[in-house]
Design a protein around this ligand. Structure first.
Ligand SMILES: [Ca+2]
Ligand SMILES: [Ca+2]
Length: 139
C-alpha cells in the first residue's frame, strides 16, 4: 500500500487527502478510511478535486483508465448525490460527459483518467476498483 499526503487549506479547515493503491470496492474502501480515522474522500471544490488528482499522481500509480474511488453515493435516492462519511449533499460536481449514467444501478463514485480528462464516473458499489482516496479532516 502506498500513501502520499497532500494538504488542502480551506475556509472550513484543513483536509488531508491520502491515495492508496489497493484493489477493493467502495464499501471496503470506506471501511478502511474509517478505521484510520478518516472517510472516503469528499470533494467539495475544484481545488479539492485537484488535490485528490495530485494525491493519486503522487502514488506513482497511473490514473489513466484506472478506477480510483471517492466517497460519493446516490444509494439513498437515485440521482441525489451525497458524500458518505461527512453526510452532506453533493454541491460541487465534476462528472465526465455522459456521466453519471447509473448503468445497471451504479451508486458509488470514482475518478478515472481518459486522456487529459480526469473526472468522475458513477460505478457499482461492489466493483473492485484500482485504488481509493481517503480524506482526513484535521480541524
Ligand atoms: Ca445511481
Ligand atoms: Ca457510470
Amino acid at each position: 500500500m502506498v500513501a502520499v499526503v497532500s494538504l488542502a487549506g480551506l475556509v472550513q479547515g484543513v483536509k488531508v487527502f491520502v491515495a492508496y493503491k489497493r484493489n477493493i470496492n467502495a464499501m471496503q474502501a470506506m471501511q478502511v478510511c474509517t478505521e484510520q480515522g478518516g472517510h472516503l474522500a469528499s470533494i467539495e471544490s475544484l481545488a479539492e478535486h485537484n488535490q485528490v488528482i495530485a494525491a493519486i499522481a503522487a502514488t506513482g500509480y497511473p490514473i489513466e483508465g484506472k478506477q480510483w474511488l471517492i466517497g460519493g453515493t446516490d444509494r439513498g435516492i437515485e440521482g441525489q448525490w451525497m458524500w458518505m462519511g461527512v453526510d452532506r449533499e453533493m454541491k460541487y460536481k465534476n462528472f465526465r460527459s455522459g456521466e453519471p449514467n447509473n448503468y445497471q444501478d451504479q451508486d458509488c463514485l470514482m475518478i478515472i483518467g481518459v486522456g487529459p480528462v480526469k473526472q468522475w464516473d458513477d460505478v457499482w458499489c461492489d466493483f473492485v476498483c484500482y485504488g481509493f482516496v481517503c480524506a482526513y479532516d484535521l480541524f
